[in-house]
Design a protein around this ligand. Structure first.
Ligand code: ZN
Ligand code: ZN
Length: 134
């Protein structure tokens, strides 16, 4: 827990101000103006640890992005157009999404699979056309 700073200690941020607390996490001294509390009655943290804490809270609440799965599906559909670049990107994104789905997003798996199937079909179609035209 945060403890009161020893007499004569100065705030880390405000060098002229006597410190009121020693941070419970990192031991830094800080003044009343630098106090950060989760609750009004909680013991304060130093600004640096507060910053770190709020960042961790945000990280925990934000969901991992599933945009790559939708992207792989959309790219698969677009790769039906005769655009070799799109087909290539679709293959790469589709494979990446498939690997991610294997690890943690089972429910999203069908999207890269459909995307990849469409891309492969499109590639096969183009291959056939080239062979027939030759
Ligand atoms: Zn601290
Ligand atoms: Zn201060």
């Amino acid at each position: 827990m945060s403890s009161e700073a020893p007499a004569g200690a100065a705030c880390l941020t405000h060098r002229e101000t006597p410190a009121r607390w020693a941070c419970r996490r990192c031991g830094a001294f800080f003044c009343v103006a630098c106090e950060r509390r989760t609750r009004p009655d909680a013991l304060p943290m130093c600004p640096a640890c507060w910053e770190l804490r709020s960042r961790n809270v945000v990280d925990q609440t934000s969901k991992p992005s599933t945009a790559i799965f939708t992207a792989s599906l959309v790219l698969g559909i677009i790769s039906l157009l005769p655009l070799p670049v799109v087909m290539f990107v679709s293959l790469v994104v589709g494979l990446m999404a498939l690997v991610r789905a294997k690890n943690q997003f089972e429910a999203q798996r069908w999207k890269p699979i459909v995307g990849l199937v469409l891309t492969v079909l499109s590639l096969l179609g183009w291959f056939l056309l080239l062979v027939l035209a030759a």
